[in-house]
Design a protein around this ligand. Sequence first.
Ligand code: HEM
Ligand SMILES: *[C@@H]1O[C@H](CO)[C@@H](O)[C@H](O)[C@H]1NC(C)=O
Ligand SMILES: *[C@@H]1O[C@H](CO)[C@@H](O)[C@H](O)[C@H]1NC(C)=O
Length: 490
Amino acid sequence: MDLVMVLVLILTCLLLFSYWKQSSKRGKLPPGPTPLPIIGNIHQIDVKNIHQAFTNFSKIYGPVFTLYFGMKPTVVLHGYEAIKEALIGHGEEFSGRGSVPILQMISKDLGIGFSKGDAWKETRHFSLLTLRKLGMGKRSIENQIQEEAQFLVEELKKTNGSPYDPSFILACAPCNVICSIIFQNRFEYKDQVFVNLVEKLNKNSKILSSRWVQLCNMFPVLIDYCPGTHNTYYKNLASIQSFLSAKIKEHEESLDAANPRDFIDYFLIKGRQENHNQQSIYTRENLTATLSDMFLGGTDSLKTTMKFALLLLLKHPHVTAKVQEEIECVVGRQRSPCLQDRKQMPYTDAVIHEVQRFIDIAPNNLPHEVTCDVKFRNFLIPKGTTILTSLSSVLYDSNEFPNPEMFDPGHFLDAKGNFKKSDYFMPFSAGKRVCLGEGLARMELFLFLTTILQNFKLKSLVPPKDINDTPQVNGFSVSPPPLQLCFIPI
Ligand code: HEM
Ligand SMILES: *[C@@H]1O[C@H](CO)[C@@H](O)[C@H](O)[C@H]1NC(C)=O
Ligand SMILES: *[C@@H]1O[C@H](CO)[C@@H](O)[C@H](O)[C@H]1NC(C)=O
């Protein structure tokens, strides 16, 4: 009895203290709902419908508001104007990466996606430059994607038009593209080493978006004290990294500085040039981390987008028919689609943009962080504050895209049927942290999808109108409903 009393007392004091600490710091932050001690505003946020919840808050508090996930204040930016002003207008200040404790424990801020400061800038700059170099030349990235698209078609032919869930091979193809760029070889889709890699990437993406991990991120003490899926995450990542280390070692042994073959070679060469420099970022550890960021960023995102694209094409057969007409007319049957074709295929281009808009794959982006105290619209956001940008609020803006809830390629077409660009198209985010693989991803989406549609008629197992196309939001990311279809060779 006494013990219980003491505990209750201590707890109450803790609550009051934390509450006081929170409110004393709130003065300069943007407005928001009053947080409870310890849990903050979590009880007021419907995680199943975060977009609606944020929209509701923005109606009350305006486009810039503060929410507490646990005890940590997070500033939410809602709508195109606020997001543009922050990510582009104040690009430098908003270019920090919000901490994701579960990732930081293992990646120790190496690599690109979760690193900060000058090391992030240099790694990112180097990676973009190298991707650009690799994009040109005889075996350009475009050629490699075209080649991979043919393997994808071969694999789909093996299904003989019977019902099939393409999820796994839709992850294999983009994963192979990264393999080609990084170390100049692709794998058979049945290769056990490769299957292992794809499965581990797959599982880690699932884990990252799970509720449990979101909870760990809000309350980092859980990471140390509760065993959970994040342990599996670490194990998978360690296995991916040891696979990469072996590849790096092979490259070190066969390196010819005059003839760089791939991303690893470029990185190693740069490392040798800089080896007098104590602070060089071109270390083996950084290379492994950078490569695993590219795998993690470039596999699941494309699988989800392509799977969802197929689902939407099944649900809207008239859209599919028009795309296939365009392919027939511009590309024909005799050769593979190439990037040059895109300019003459405004409808197909619009469909791919609309898929990305509609599925809204990263509703609240990856978390950002301000790199210094920032004065933003009369508020003062202290250095280190987490920033969430609601990409949904931009992609579903009803002025820019009338009837945003409808899948309609017309959102990206003008009255004459020309492709219509929109500044609101932000599935890759914007500003200094914008997706490193945007160019690559857009090539892949165009080449993979047109090559599939050049070769197959898509047949649904249920009437198109019964197909469920509602994105399933889990935690902070999005996945398509289950999908089975028949690929009938044309
Ligand atoms: C449909 C495909 C893709 C989508 C929708 C997508 C989306 C995104 C988004 C929303 C971000 C966060 C941007 C921010 O923090 O503001 C991001 C970051 C990133 N993405 Fe992608 N991505 C895709 C494909 C790829 C590919 C193919 C790669 C491979 C190179 C890649 C590599 C990365 C990396 C390394 C980052 C971290 C960039 C940084 O923090 O500086 N992504 N992506
Ligand atoms: C948003 O507000 C509407 C109307 O006030 C309410 O019915 C709805 O439940 C709210 N949605 C969320 C997710 O908070
Ligand atoms: C790369 O490695 C160096 C030394 O180990 C480290 O100081 C630096 O921050 C790293 N850079 C990145 C981007 O991870």
